[in-house]
Each structure stands twice: as C-alpha cells, then as structure tokens.
Write a protein that binds this ligand. Sequence first.
Ligand code: 5IU
Length: 252
Amino acid sequence: EEKTRCSYEQKLKNAQHSVSKKLLEVALAKQSNLIASADVTTTHELLELAEKVGPHIIALKTHIDIISDFEYEKTIVPLKALAAKHQFLLMEDRKFADIGNTQELQFTSGVFRITDWADFVTSQVIGGFESLDCFNNVGVVAIIGMSSKGTLTTNEYREEALKIALSHPNVIGGVSQNQLPDEILLFTPGVNLADSGDGKGQQYNTPEHVFKNLHTDFIIVGRGIYKASNAEEAAIIYKNEGWKAYVNSLEK
Ligand code: 5IU
C-alpha cells in the first residue's frame, strides 16, 4: 500500500524551526533538493567547490575537521560569504556522539567554533535526549540510519532514535535510508548515478529510488559531484534528477 508523500509546501506550512523553514524556502526558490557533500581536504578546494555548485544546492555539507589548512579567517569567513552570495546553508556533518557537556565543548570551542557559523549540524542521539540541548542556536539532523554495509542502526535502534528526534525541539530532521514521519525532514546520503558502492562499505541508490521509495526530502551527494571532471555540471545533473524524482514522487 503506497502512501502519498508530503510536498515541500505542506512541510513549510507545518515547519516549527527557523532552519527547516529556510531549507524548504530555498528548495522551492531554487527548485533543488540537493545538498553537496564537500569531502575535500584543503580550503582552496572547499571554496572552489562552493563557488561552482553554490547556485544549484540548498546546503553545503562540510566535514570541517578534514581541512588540513583550516584557519577561521581564511576558511570560514569566505565560505560564509559564498553561502550568502549563492543562498545556501552550511551543514556541518560533525556527528556528535558524546555526553551533553562534551558535545557542548566540541560545538563551541576548539579551532572550528562550529556554533559561530553552521546553520545546522548532524548528531548521533546515542547520548540521549538531553545531549541535544546544547544545539539550541542551530538545527540538528539526527542520525537515525546509516547507508553503509553492516551498520548497527537496526530497526529497533532506529525506532528508539526516532523517538528522541521527534521529541527534541532542536531537531529538524533525520539521516536515514528508511522513510520517516512527515513531521521531520529526511536527509538521504548514499546517492550516486554511476556507482553502486565504493569498495569501502558505502552503498548507493539513485535519486529516483530514494524519492520514490523513501519519500526523502533532500539528497546528499559527495563524490558524484566533487570527483566529477566538471563539478558544476554534475551538480546541475543531480539537481535536475533530484527535482524530477521529487515531482514524480508526489504523483504516486
Ligand atoms: N554519510 C553517508 N552515509 C551515512 C551518513 C553519512 O554517506 O549514512 I549518517 C556521509 C559520508 C559522506 C557523504 O560525507 O555522506 C556521502 O559521500 P559520497 O556521496 O561521496 O559517498
């Protein structure tokens, strides 16, 4: 039995959190549901990618701790300027996984000072409900299920993780390879048009698959874009495929 999915307009009407609203507004304005994952290791590559794909994405997902020449002034200040210029949000994929006090320190301190620039962050919910309290100036995307082979995010784990995600006011969405309730935004990585895996446990699906079967809201694409010979062209392809798949999934 197929349940119809919720449109971005409907989700926007029901959105409680300012970051959910912003994401949905940008998605509708750009006709894009694409998040580019910038898994690159230098400031130059990061800024170059952001400049090229910026107009076509709703958010740029960073792993800021893999940037080998990170300097707040040289890395974050120009990245923020590109985000403003091209109207995309910054999603730091930090996957916090500790007690609340430690997560708070990791979020606010160190060289990265994530709290000062990220619009939203990813976090495990393994530390329990209160471990998410420290993220009250950003949106949280909770890790519910992983895309990799042999992940421990079983049905039972996902059910419990979802209870925390749905009840915490800082949570705007979840990362999962399964459908989530309409009240929460679904972010799906493991999307690639050319490959089915990477030989390191990653498992890929197509945009068509994840919109049709998971009713996802946003696709996250890393190597499909930043490894392409022309990253901008690749971003346009994923943006168009993602939007087409979203529109088709509304009609089911
Ligand atoms: N990512 C996944 N799967 C997951 C989670 C996060 O791939 O279940 I949670 C991240 C890892 C990487 C990006 O930063 O999404 C996917 O990159 P590729 O498209 O290059 O595989």
